[in-house]
Write a protein that binds this ligand. Structure first.
Ligand code: HEC
Length: 266
């Protein structure tokens, strides 16, 4: 009788439990998910380019963008920035300096009424009025004062909101991308462990760096490093998983009887 024979590795009921040998329906399920989150990742990168990328006024993501987005541009208010920038030709220098001095002195309301309002009414309100649509209305003190305060970057409320959405959302994405990738075979163990665990480390470093960059611009480098690391882990797991599912088995006709769920042999 054969019943007492030692089971051979390939007799194991879960033999071939790996990306190469999965049934087509599982491969389709995994690939559908990977494709969708891949598109989502690209859209997220595009959004970063258009929001943070424009923070320094120039297209393209730069180091300054990150500092401006989180820390702000503390040297200046947007009113002063504009008066030295695209609104420079809207008022004579003397009046521009008057407004800038007022901004730097703290944008006091009494002073506004006496000195600043007449200048704004003469030179700005023809464009910046209540009917101007997308342009801010500068016909009253409150609106103008908003543009006179220092630009301190992301607000506390915005950081809390974006932090928790990112932590829950992104850890969920990497749960499934990592789970799919963990069925891969033949990947050197140290790469596999790193690719699966690094996204979580990068995610926490990324979020922590947003908060730290709000305090000091020096931390912006960690936002760049963590974001790059996360994207690299994602791309690596995505490509290896897709390659094993659709190229190694079907195209290269390779068999794989390993069980990716059991502990790897050394
Ligand atoms: C001829 C119309 C016109 C006049 C006059 C004008 N502006 Fe503007 N202003 C614009 C337009 C258009 C924009 C948006 C484009 C830009 O930011 O350069 C703008 C943008 C601004 C912004 C940035 C608004 C934002 O949403 O960030 C500030 C601040 C500003 N103007 C201040 C002034 C001040 C102060 C004066 C008067 C000295 C003035 N402007 C006069 C047309 C005008």
């Amino acid at each position: 009788m054969e019943t007492n024979a030692t089971p051979q590795p390939h007799d194991h009921p879960l033999k071939g439990l790996n990306l190469v040998s999965f049934s087509t329906s599982i491969k389709l399920l995994f690939s559908g998910y990977l494709t969708t989150v891949g598109v989502g990742y690209l859209i997220a990168l595009t959004q970063i380019l258009f929001t943070h990328g424009m923070a320094d006024g120039k297209f393209g993501l730069s180091f300054d963008d990150i500092v401006y987005s989180y820390y702000g541009d503390r040297t200046s208010s947007s009113l002063e920035g504009k008066l030295n920038g695209s609104m420079r030709d809207k008022a004579p220098d003397e009046d521009r300096f008057r407004i800038i001095q007022w901004v730097r002195d703290g944008a006091d309301e009494k002073e506004y009424t006496i000195y600043i309002k007449p200048i704004i009414d003469d030179h700005c309100v023809m464009c910046h009025n209540a009917n101007a649509g997308s342009l801010p209305d500068f016909s009253n003190y409150a609106n103008l004062a908003k543009y006179a305060s220092t630009n301190t970057g992301a607000t506390f409320e915005a950081l809390v909101r974006v932090s928790h959405i990112h932590i829950f959302g992104i850890s969920f994405i990497f749960m499934f991308v990592g789970l799919i990738f963990s069925f891969s075979t033949g990947v050197p163990k140290q790469y596999k462990y790193a690719a699966i665990s690094m996204p979580y480390v990068f995610l926490l470093v990324d979020i922590a760096s947003w908060w730290l960059t709000k305090l000091s611009p020096h931390f912006a480098i960690f936002i760049v490093l963590a974001g790059t690391g996360m994207a690299m882990s994602f791309a690596y797991m995505w490509c290896v998983s897709m390659y094993q599912m659709w190229i190694v088995g079907p195209v290269l006709h390779q068999e794989d009887t390993r069980n990716a769920l059991l502990r790897e042999e050394d």
